[in-house]
Design a protein around this ligand. Sequence first.
Ligand code: SF4
Length: 492
Amino acid sequence: MRVNVINKTEFLNEYHFRSLCLLYFPQAKFPTNDPSPYSADFTLERLPDGTLYASAFLHSPQGESFGESYEKDIVFTVPADDESIAAAITGKAMLNAGKKLFGFVPPWGYLTGLRPVKRARYYLERGFGENRVTRLFTNDYDVSEEKTRLSIATARKETEMLSGITPEHCGVYISVPFCPTRCDYCSFVSYSNKKLFSLIPQYVERLCRDIERTGDIIRKTGFVPKAVYIGGGTPSFLSDGQLCDIFRAIEKNIPMSQVTEYSFEGGRPDTLTPPKLALIRAGGPDRISVNPQSTCQCVLDAIGRKHTVEQFFQSAEAAAKCGFATINTDLIAGLPRDTRETFAKTLEDVMALGFENITVHTLSIKNASEIKNDNGVFDPVGELARNCVSYAGETLGAHGYAPYYLYRQKRTVGNGENTGFSLAGHESVYNVMMMEESSTVFACGAGAITKLVSPDGEKICRIAFPKYPYEYLEREENVGEDAIRRFFEKQR
Ligand code: SF4
């Protein structure tokens, strides 16, 4: 998509304007010579009287132009600096142009960030009443009333959950980026190529060494783990012996006395046989994910997810018998071949299992995903996905599930969100610590990112392991111990 920006201010950069385009064109790429039929023109400048002025124009393939301009004439709910005003007037100009062209305003208004709930929580925790936060979201950011209610409810729950977390508490993440096969929509770095499976034994050995080093750092820095998360990929793809090695390394090295939640991302039902589930439970984890994404076989086939609906029900029933405190299941709205009816049936199926957590995602298509929309396999404007997500929120709410964490991704159909719903008392504290960037999380494994949060919560430092397993194995170095020590010394 061609984007032309005339920005005569010191505020905002090219990235911001491209992000605004993604509100209506989630699949857009931005080469300057792009031949795609839509294009956008933005202007942001300061008028001679000092007023900020913005305009946005979208040009259709038929040669029509739809545009809107804004000046600094918005009455803001909270005092706004010039940078925020620049973001607001460009955002509002874009929404008006998009509405004229496509007939709708995206549910999250012009908010392009990944953590809208963090804003709601920020203001609620500083004494703003719900009415004022509602005005802020609906008036200043143009967020829909439905998403505003969702943000406030989620923020309230997060605040309640984080009240039990102190700056000494931390999370621990263990990455196992291998999967039996690759799903077509997936954009994670996860090896699913048979040749690369030969790296797994070395990978597990290296991972166990990193768990040992991480345990050492945690003790030296005085942190107290509250939650441990083994994620992927598909960790249950590993052999019994490899899993036992990882469980033993965690038990031996990570201080577990205050860990209240130990999660294992089973994910793919085809890897979760009854003996494997029993082994996982015996190894320590008390929370597990069993993810169908859809219980419609034609949808699973359309997304290249190589398991059957029957395998999902078998593994779900087996997991329920293993004594996990919490079972999570993930769904995705907006998948190819899914309809409102098949989505509703999927939701009904997973609710009937009585699992404590249901996470509703919206399809997001990144560059690394196999499925592209060249032949219309999914709807990027995402009206159906938006309807399904709204329906899920209402239905889950009526059955006692409440939202407790939420995040957005770029390039999501219909600009939807991903929301974790939970029955009371089963919310995942790890998910909240991670998503809200409220606590330090130490990470081990390829692609894993240790996130250090200063005691006042104001500063965040990220230390990333090499992204790909082969790089991770080639470059055995310490797990960022020096950087971690320097970061916390600076905070004293
Ligand atoms: S199981 Fe999950 S991580 Fe693995 S390929 Fe499928 S979507 Fe990606």
